[in-house]
Design a protein around this ligand. Sequence first.
Ligand SMILES: [Zn+2]
Length: 340
Amino acid sequence: MRMDNWVLVGQSKLEKHEQERFTVGATQVKVRVTHVMLTNYDALCYTGDRKVNYPVTIGRVAVGVVTELGDHCFGLEVGSRVYLNAVRPCGGCYACKSGNRADCTSPLVAVKDFDGFLRDFVVCEYTDVTLLPDVVDDMHALCIEWVALAENIFDRLNLSMGSRVAIIGGSFFGSIFAQVALYHKFVPIVIDNYQQNIDRMKRSGVFFAFAADENLLDNINKATSGSLCDAAVYTSDCKLPAAVPARVLARNKDLVLGGVSPVNFSLDSSPLFEKNLRIYSVSDGFGYTETAVNMIMHGAIDLTNFEKDVLKEFDLGQLLTERAANISRNSKMTVLKLIL
Ligand SMILES: [Zn+2]
């Protein structure tokens, strides 16, 4: 039986390699990958906009089923459905070596630091997968990374109920982030120039969704009774003017650059100084995976308004090229279903 592994061997160069056989250690699991969701991150790694070390297997976000496990794996069994953690503790830092892997100071990210998951089998430490409850279906499980990222951001923002959160960029992550904001009883205010994104937001229960046009400040003033926003999240791949968040924020607030697919852009410093804004970036959901699973179990996200493509046959290079070309408006869930 041939086992496949989609390997990035250079800029925009993918090859399908045969996967080698494995031995599974005492604390390791072997996972049959069943679904991989294509992300902007994968597209940027493919085009070379995101630097990776070749050769590397592509695929940041995946779920699968345990087919084999060592003697010292707890809470899992053959047949368990699992999410493959996209970010792992490094194992080498002081925190990791003292047994506090959750406090790892340099977590590793799939594709950038270790092989991604677009392959038939993955062998990894059992602590690097997360058991999926039956009520979390595969499509929802593929959103765990974004819910975890949103949680990571909200934890740092430390907002009180009813806070107005500007979300700049309404593509996939912006949509999930807005839903998580609603779940926490914050007020999301989405800013995007694609009408389809605005429309989808409104269908998902987001009351305030505006274009970044000449009426923006008026609209924000109306939405916030003139007090402007309590926090802003600039989604990393939205390509909207980087001056937007500073315009819509009140003084002394936080501007978060958030998203798993970092894109280079520059910020004008003077509007940031004028309002005494704090700026930081959050690019993963490390440490929030279990929380995300729990939130999804309790209905934090609704995927009915997303377009979905579940593909059993696919031209991976073409899919990634298209995704890279539409980086700021992608909201379709493109899922590859692997069949052995
Ligand atoms: Zn570490």
